[in-house]
Design a protein around this ligand. Structure first.
Ligand code: ATR
Length: 274
């Protein structure tokens, strides 16, 4: 029997996850199917339960259901608890297990695919919404020199930093508060590029040799990466690698084997450029 997996989202038709997991399954010789399932905006939980009842083994969850998926779980990983959101569900044990692989995917993309170790680096995280919160704990595990969370609404950044104060001292504030500092890694976790808005970053925040990383991706350079290039960031990366690596980490949760993300990322990159 082929094991069934899916990704729930709304919208979900353009999700690249089915193509990614099909490549992982072939690479790891795993007999599984993976489809994109549209859940109604007011019907995520019911749709997920139907999938479980029909024999589904696991699922990914994307926008806008990650917080609702958190509530659906009977057990969660520590990193999902920290994130307050779940992107990976496993139905094979008792109850529903929830995990969050976004932060691990981000860290792996930066350290392994991009070859940029985070230990000892000064990191600036832009944004204080769900996308930012989801990656903070895995980032803090990397022995950074320091983390600053900057957000348009500085109070939200302060509140978010406070939620991680037991793990590390995290600086926070609005974008203007980063003026006069420099960072080795700047990660964009805002949704500003969805509206084409430019972020009001102070000049001079990119240290020599720094990496600008946008959790968003698309055809061509994102607005944040264009700005980072202008401001002197030495290395630029979009979030396609994070997408692949969070999927590889979910595959590991479900199947006990970690696929190699690099060839899958290369294939996706080619498709995106075509
Ligand atoms: P997500 O789950 O994608 O993080 P969210 O929780 O709605 O979505 O958070 C969106 C983030 O993008 C927030 O940090 C938001 O800043 P505010 O908290 O100040 O609203 C940020 N954001 C969205 N549009 C922005 C813009 N035009 N300029 C700067 N920040 C923006």
């Amino acid at each position: 029997m082929t094991d069934r997996y899916c990704v729930f989202g709304n919208p979900v038709a353009h999700s690249r996850s089915p193509a990614i997991h099909a490549r992982f399954a072939a690479q790891c010789h795993q007999d599984l199917s993976y489809e994109a399932l549209l859940a109604p905006l007011d019907g995520f939980s019911a749709t997920a339960r139907e999938f479980v009842a029909a024999g589904g083994k696991g699922a990914n969850v994307t926008l806008p259901f990650k917080e609702e998926a958190f509530g659906l779980c009977t057990r969660r990983s520590a990193r999902a608890e920290r994130a307050g959101a779940v992107n990976t569900l496993d139905f094979t044990g008792s109850g529903i297990f929830g995990d969050n692989t976004d932060g691990a995917g981000l860290v792996r993309d930066i350290e392994v695919n991009l070859g940029f170790p985070l230990a000892g680096k000064r990191l600036l995280l832009l944004g204080a919404g769900g996308a930012a919160r989801g990656v903070i704990a895995p980032i803090l595990e990397r022995q950074l020199a320091g983390l600053f969370i900057a957000n348009r609404n500085g109070d939200k950044a302060d509140a978010l930093a406070g939620q991680f104060s037991d793990l590390a001292t995290v600086d926070a504030g609005n974008f203007a508060k980063t003026a006069g500092r420099t960072f080795d890694v700047v990660i964009n976790a805002t949704s500003a590029s969805l509206s084409g808005a430019a972020l009001p970053l102070p000049a001079g925040i990119f240290a020599p040799g720094s990496l600008a990383y946008d959790m968003m991706y698309g055809k061509g350079e994102t607005p944040f990466l264009a700005l980072a290039r202008e401001q002197g960031a030495a290395h630029l990366a979009d979030g396609l690698g994070m997408l692949v690596e969070q999927a590889a980490e979910a595959f590991l949760v479900w199947r006990g084997v970690r696929p190699d993300g690099a060839p899958v990322l290369a294939a996706l990159r080619e498709q995106l450029a075509a």
